[in-house]
Design a protein around this ligand. Structure first.
Ligand SMILES: N[C@@H](CCC(=O)N[C@@H](CS)C(=O)NCC(=O)O)C(=O)O
Length: 204
């Protein structure tokens, strides 16, 4: 069974959604952030970065949420990577784009919300980066049901999970109607609904 370390409220949520999407049995391993379990010697053996998620699939260990989702798609449901070489290329393009441009602003703004701290230079920069990059996603979703081809791919899943973080952090998205329409549709997916329903069941 696939083991996913870390809570649905963290970057691990992206992999939990993926495990639901591919219909594989999975087990959550809580990581106690308050007691810094993510920095313990035994945890660092799994992920030397001291971050969640880590996924353990049998003997195989992998970290970095978007890489994990690519691995899970390759192994269990390759259609989620796109249906042709060109689609797979664009799925990777959006995955790398999300990690390069969206991931850090999401982390900064969700942490700000979590801690209830005021704006500072770092959060102002995060907002500027979103203003710079979200219009690119908005344009790409013009008259599109999914980001790359049709059907749904992990490019949709990964991007939508970052946007779920922004929504949770209270970031205003009304100036991006294509993103909102796309997100609302993706959020109807049973796997996403099952994932968010776990919020109450998990801690840390
Ligand atoms: N790029 C990483 C980011 C992982 C990440 O930042 N995880 C956070 C929780 S959302 C964490 O474990 N932070 C603890 C730390 O940085 O010490 C991924 O997508 O897996």
């Amino acid at each position: 069974m696939i083991k996913i370390y870390g809570s649905v409220l963290s970057s691990s949520g992206r992999c939990i959604w993926m495990a639901e999407e591919i219909g594989q049995e999975w087990e959550n391993v809580p990581v106690d952030f308050k007691n810094r379990e993510h920095k313990s010697a035994s945890y660092l053996k799994l992920n030397p970065n001291g971050k969640v998620p880590v996924v353990v699939d049998g003997e195989y260990v992998i970290w970095e949420s978007v890489a994990i989702n690519t691995y899970l798609a390759e192994k269990y449901q390759p259609a989620l990577l796109g249906l042709s070489l060109e689609e797979r290329g664009h799925v990777h393009q959006w995955n790398y784009w999300a990690v390069a441009n969206i991931s850090l602003p999401v982390e900064v703004l969700t942490l700000q919300k979590w801690r209830g701290t005021p704006d500072n230079e770092e959060t102002a920069h995060a907002r500027t980066e979103l203003d710079r990059f979200l219009p690119i996603l908005e344009q790409a979703l013009h008259e599109k049901t999914y980001l790359v081809g049709n059907p749904f791919t992990i490019a949709d899943l990964n991007l939508a999970s970052y946007l779920a973080g922004l929504r949770w952090a209270g970031i205003e998205m009304t100036s991006y109607p294509n993103i909102v329409r796309w997100f609302e549709r993706i959020a109807q997916r049973p796997a996403f609904q099952k994932t968010i329903a776990k919020k109450g069941e998990m801690h840390t």
